[in-house]
Design a protein around this ligand. Structure first.
Ligand code: NAD
Ligand code: FES
Length: 283
């Protein structure tokens, strides 16, 4: 059992939970994730470890409430327990040890970019982060990322920072500055757009993929993704891959596989789940 030590609502549907998981906190590296199992019959939810403190044994999980299980998770409070937290899983992020890294985070993907920027800065790499949200209230992890380098904030509606998508700001930086590597995490259309931007420039681009995962050990095949002619499993071969090789069409398609089941599960969820709001988002 893992006690929740703190809870913070970061944006309208994104919540941060600080969870006691000392063994994971000691060994996790940037890019790795855990699979959370709230209770005996709960769904297994993969979540990137956004931060950790090996001294206090705390890991930070950032959850976007999009379905029944994630709504149940964010309904928990400090003092509540999570039954299982398995990990760290997946490969650590491919790092560079000098030069300039551009870290691009879209929406909740910004929380995934955070440990990457943190680790790069520790290695002495210059880090520029470009982060975005639909509007000001959806921008997360700005202050945390400012500890590691310059941060450019973008909002779709211009309510905070620059008006426009993260790709607009990223394009300017890629044009005016030397960038050695790009890390991009966010919605599939965003990661695809970043890959399309950097491909002709020949800048190595790493994206973090979020297909449906079940076991997290490479056995079920649920997290299958295609890279060029190769089939990979995001849980054990990734979750980070070369963005120039990813088949984003297939990824987007497979992400919609369980949409109808998710709608049904949400419709049967307890009252404390924000059902109507989420159903509207899914439809
Ligand atoms: P969102 O839809 O609000 O978009 C966030 C930002 O991404 C936008 O403000 C914009 O700057 C950028 N963006 C969106 N569409 C774009 C496009 N077509 N071109 C260029 N830029 C674009 O994001 P959200 O609601 O926070 O959703 C985040 C998504 O990230 C979810 O779909 C979630 O599944 C995914 N996610 C991925 C990972 C991962 O490891 N890859 C982890 C967590 C979440
Ligand atoms: Fe089952 Fe990756 S989650 S193979």
């Amino acid at each position: 059992m893992h006690r929740i030590l703190a809870k913070q609502v970061l944006s309208p549907n994104v919540t941060r939970l600080d969870v006691h998981a000392p063994r994971i906190a000691q060994i996790r590296q940037a890019g790795q994730f855990v699979i959370v199992h709230l209770a005996e019959n709960s769904e297994r939810i993969p979540l990137t470890i956004a931060d950790s403190n090996p001294e206090t044994g705390v890991i930070t999980l950032v959850i976007q409430a999009v379905g029944k299980s994630t709504n149940e998770l964010v309904a928990l409070n400090a003092g509540d327990f999570i039954r299982d937290v398995a990990g760290p899983l997946g490969h650590p992020t491919e790092m560079i040890s000098s030069g300039h890294a551009l870290c691009i985070g879209g929406g909740v993907g910004t929380a995934v970019v955070h440990p990457i920027a943190q680790s790069l800065q520790k290695k002495g790499v210059r880090v520029t982060s470009v982060i975005g949200g639909r509007s000001k209230e959806w921008v997360i992890f700005e202050n945390e990322l400012k500890r590691y380098g310059n941060v450019v904030v973008c909002t779709d509606d211009g309510s905070y920072g620059r008006k426009g998508f993260v790709t607009d700001a990223a394009k300017e930086i890629l044009t005016n500055d030397k960038v050695d590597i790009v890390y991009a995490v966010g919605p599939v259309p965003m990661m695809r757009a970043v890959a399309n931007l950097t491909r002709p420039l020949g800048v190595h681009t790493i994206v973090s993929l979020n297909p449906v995962m079940i076991d997290g050990t490479g056995m079920c095949g649920g997290c299958r993704v295609s890279l060029g002619n190769e089939t990979k499993f995001a849980c054990c071969d990734g979750p980070e891959f070369d963005g120039h090789l990813v088949n984003f069409d297939e990824l987007q398609d497979r992400l919609g596989t369980y949409r109808e089941f998710e709608k049904e599960a949400l419709a049967c969820a307890p009252e404390n789940c924000r059902v109507e709001k989420q159903l509207a988002k899914l439809s």
